[in-house]
Design a binder for this molecule. Structure first.
Ligand SMILES: Cc1cc2nc3c(=O)[nH]c(=O)nc-3n(C[C@H](O)[C@H](O)[C@H](O)COP(=O)(O)OP(=O)(O)OC[C@H]3O[C@@H](n4cnc5c(N)ncnc54)[C@H](O)[C@@H]3O)c2cc1C
Length: 469
């Protein structure tokens, strides 16, 4: 007999969990079906949590010898890569148990089904040969590392983020293909552990989506740490030779270049996991990149089927957007509401050190969308706390509407910029003006004063103000 649910959520990551929790709140009989990654999906198992744990280990190692305080010499007596990775994996296990397995067991309306789901009709799915039906569906099956079509790549072998977070032996030389958040974070983490890292980036800049002055500065800082960064790269082919991997590429110069490494890490985007879901047969459309097309209220081209998270053709692919989308998709599916997300107020962060974070328009985007812009950039040299910490390398840029003073975007390159951007998120989301910021009293001395200083820069020369003005 076919088992029936009010809602079937396919996937077991951030989007699926949020959908199941919301459905449970709404007292809907719900199935959550996961296969592939363990419960929790990408973020906790092979994404945010393990990568940030290793990045922090690299930061601690780096700070020990780069704190800049005369009179303190800290020798790193030993560095044991395998222990650092073991620590990371044990944290993953703990958080998976606390934040996913235990949470799921407390959802009285939700049944976990272990297996790969495939649609056999718009109302039925097949899992391990059994049929299940539901009134509504949320597809939240995530994405997998994209494998670029480079001749020789598959035969030679490569790492994705999954293997790179659990390798037993540290590579001595690593080539990272791609300079988005993932590529930059892995590059710096491994470089700080002592691996020689080269980043090959197809575009003209690392992380081209943000303010060019900030990415130029981050490029300079990463190069200064010893990471080779090549831009405008076309990777020609990859081959194995004498126990190494040889990557052959060109950068527009007349001669091609070859580089040898122990490992190649792919960080060239992710492909939505839509292939084996049987979507064609039930009229759920995907775009050219295999992402499920959804309307702002997360409905697919089939009225009873919603999609959320990395699998959907949505503007941002992040843990917290996946969670919010999952929750809204379940609510919209079960109640008929049409809630959506304002993606303009969603931040991004590249968790390098310094980190690159921002929210809202860049200057270029604002000019394209509104045709007017005023902006200021302030160096962290002008932020007293950054002087105290010897972390003055960063920049903060704010864009406003020149007539109203409304804050349209804030982009920050600074130590732990991902923490600072939280304040900017509220300013952009609540449509605050620079006057609102100037009336506020941030704690002195803190890095978050940088937001008041950049707002102040619209009205006066900040090199001529004292602390706390
Ligand atoms: C290395 C790395 C670092 C990251 N760091 C950050 C960060 O710091 N901050 C941030 O916000 N985001 C980060 N992200 C992005 C974030 O992890 C993802 O956007 C988010 O986890 C996507 O959640 P999801 O629920 O859409 O998919 P997933 O978490 O991938 O979950 C999908 C689940 O569905 C399962 N599945 C697939 N097909 C089927 C099927 N047919 N049937 C049943 N189950 C199926 C999968 O195995 C998986 O368990 C990072 C990503 C990576 C790779």
């Amino acid at each position: 007999m076919t088992r029936h649910f009010d809602l079937a959520v396919i996937g077991g990551g951030a989007a699926a969990f949020a959908a199941a929790i919301r459905a449970n709140d709404l007292n809907a009989k719900t199935a959550i079906i996961n296969h592939g990654l363990p419960l929790g999906g990408t973020c906790v198992n092979v994404g945010c949590v393990p990568s940030k744990t290793l990045l922090w280990a690299g930061e601690v190692l780096h700070l020990a010898t780069h704190h800049g305080i005369p009179g303190i010499t800290l020798d790193v007596a030993s560095f044991d890569f395998a222990s650092v990775v073991r620590h990371e994996l044990s944290l993953v296990q703990k958080l998976r148990a606390e934040k996913y397995e235990r949470v799921l067991s407390a959802l009285s309306q939700v049944t976990l089904i272990d297996g790969r789901a495939r649609f056999v009709s718009p109302a039925d799915i097949e899992i391990n040969g059994d049929r299940f039906s539901a009134d509504k569906f949320v597809i939240a099956v995530g994405s997998t590392a994209a494998i670029p079509s480079i001749p020789g790549l598959r035969e030679t072998g490569f790492l994705t983020h999954i293997e790179a977070l659990e390798v037993a032996e540290q590579p001595r030389e690593l080539v990272v293909i791609g300079a988005g958040p993932l590529g930059l974070e892995f590059a710096q983490m491994y470089a700080r552990f002592g691996t020689r890292v080269t980043i090959l980036q197809r575009g003209h800049s690392i992380f081209p989506r943000t303010e060019p002055a900030l990415t130029a500065k981050l490029t300079e800082l990463l190069r200064h740490e010893g990471i080779a960064i090549e831009t405008n790269v076309t990777v020609r082919n990859v081959r194995a030779q004498d126990g190494h991997k040889v990557v052959s590429y060109s950068t527009g110069r007349p001669h091609g270049v070859e580089i040898r490494a122990d490992a190649i890490l792919l960080a060239a985007g992710k492909t939505p996991n839509t292939k084996a879901l049987g979507l064609e047969a039930i009229g759920v459309e995907v775009d050219d990149e295999q992402a499920i097309r959804v309307s702002p209220d997360l409905r697919t081209t089939h009225p009873h089927i919603y999609a959320a998270g990395d699998v959907a053709d949505l503007p941002k692919r992040l843990e917290m957007t996946a969670g919010k989308e999952g929750s809204l998709a379940a609510e919209n599916a079960l109640t008929g509401s049409t809630k959506s997300i304002d993606y303009d107020a969603v931040p991004y962060t590249v968790f390098t050190d310094p980190a690159l974070a921002g929210v809202g328009f860049t200057e270029n985007e604002q000019m394209k969308r509104l045709g007017v812009c005023a902006c200021r950039t302030v160096s962290f040299e002008d932020v007293p706390k950054a002087r105290i910490l010897n972390r003055t390398e960063g920049l903060i840029k704010m864009t406003i509407h020149p007539e109203t003073g409304q804050i349209m975007g804030v982009h920050i390159l600074a130590s732990h910029a991902g923490e600072l951007v939280a304040q900017a998120v509220m300013l952009v989301r609540n449509r605050n003006t620079i006057d609102d910021v100037l009336e506020s009293l941030p704690m002195f001395p803190t890095l978050s004063e940088s937001i008041k200083l950049v707002a102040l820069a619209f009205t006066r020369d900040i090199s001529k103000v004292s602390c706390c003005v």
